[in-house]
Design a protein around this ligand. Structure first.
Ligand code: ADP
Length: 288
């Protein structure tokens, strides 16, 4: 059984490239404008599917053109979208303004993501449930509680950073924050495994009762680190669902995160299982 249920956001990203980020009250002309598909939920679902997991997505879109593009792309990735509902709200959007140094300002309009519901019983047949925090907390909590209660392994990527109670964390088997997100989490007494992603410095795995273990990042030619964390979380969930040990799943995730840095964009950069296998086997990181 290698099914992963992903509860999370589906967004259309509008990327504007500018010479310098505008301040309050300023209007600037963009050098370029692209539309891409994203949302942490959709990215992580695609990341898990490319690693060979059977992925069921739980989320919500509008009934607009963005939703059509998302549904077509995610269906082509083999995702089961039965539990992606349609709302009268517009599909979630992120407006991402990036300057020539790569610094960015991002505004997310959650739209239909805020109407996401957890359909009871959706965890059935799954090995792993994977969630992030771009959908309402009560939805994440309901999904984690039901899955956990049924013996499904729960994984939470607590991103974007927000305040979490220890009652919610108590429902999590594997917590995967980055260095910023881990600050301030109420982890005293947390019984699960904490996997802190450290960007170019790799990853630290904290298993209760053991000393923290560090894994260095793979040395790759970095083009764009967008979605490195999403590649990591999706690959980790897929590996666990396929029966890997925690340390093997972290190794695969570390490789997937590195590979995502070698290609521009979010979804286009999420690696396949073959690419991860090749990097782990010591081959050159595949391109494209
Ligand atoms: P996020 O994108 O959520 O902020 P990180 O930046 O910590 O997450 O990256 C997630 C993972 O991706 C890291 O733990 C590592 O495995 C991989 N990664 C990120 N940046 C690099 C890099 N520059 N070189 C190699 N691997 C990287």
């Amino acid at each position: 059984m290698s099914r992963v249920v992903v509860v999370g956001s589906l967004n259309v990203d509008h990327v504007l490239r500018v010479d310098a980020l505008p301040g309050a009250g300023a209007t600037v002309l963009a050098r370029s404008y692209e539309v891409a598909l994203g949302g942490k939920g959709a990215n992580q679902a695609v990341a898990a599917a490319r690693q060979g997991a059977e992925v069921v997505m739980v989320g919500c879109t509008g009934a607009d053109g963005g939703a059509g593009r998302l549904r077509a792309a995610l269906t082509a990735e083999g995702l089961d979208l039965t539990h992606v509902a349609t709302s009268t709200l517009p599909t979630g959007r992120a407006h991402i303004t990036v300057d020539t140094d790569g610094a960015n300002v991002i505004v997310v309009a959650p739209g239909a993501n805020s109407a996401t519901v957890w359909p009871p019983g959706t965890h059935q047949g799954a090995a792993v449930l994977l969630a992030q925090l771009e959908v309402p907390l009560p939805v994440v909590s309901a999904a984690l509680r039901e899955a956990r209660g049924a013996g499904v392994t729960t994984v939470l990527n607590p991103a974007p950073k927000c305040e979490l109670g220890s009652d919610l964390l108590a429902l999590v088997d594997f917590l995967i924050p980055n260095e910023v997100e881990v600050e301030g989490l109420p982890l005293d007494g947390f019984a699960g495994v904490v996997i802190v992603t450290l960007g170019a410095r790799g990853v630290e795995v904290r298993v209760p009762g053991s000393s923290p273990e560090r894994l260095a990042a793979f040395a790759v030619d970095v083009v764009d680190t967008t979605a490195a964390g999403d590649a990591f979380c999706g690959a980790f969930a897929a590996a666990l669902a396929a029966g890997s040990s925690t340390s093997d799943a972290v190794r695969r995730a570390n490789a997937a995160g590195a590979l995502a840095c070698t290609i521009a964009g979010a979804m286009p950069s999420l690696p396949t299982a073959a690419a991860v296998d090749a990097l782990l086997a010591g081959g050159p990181p595949p391109r494209g």
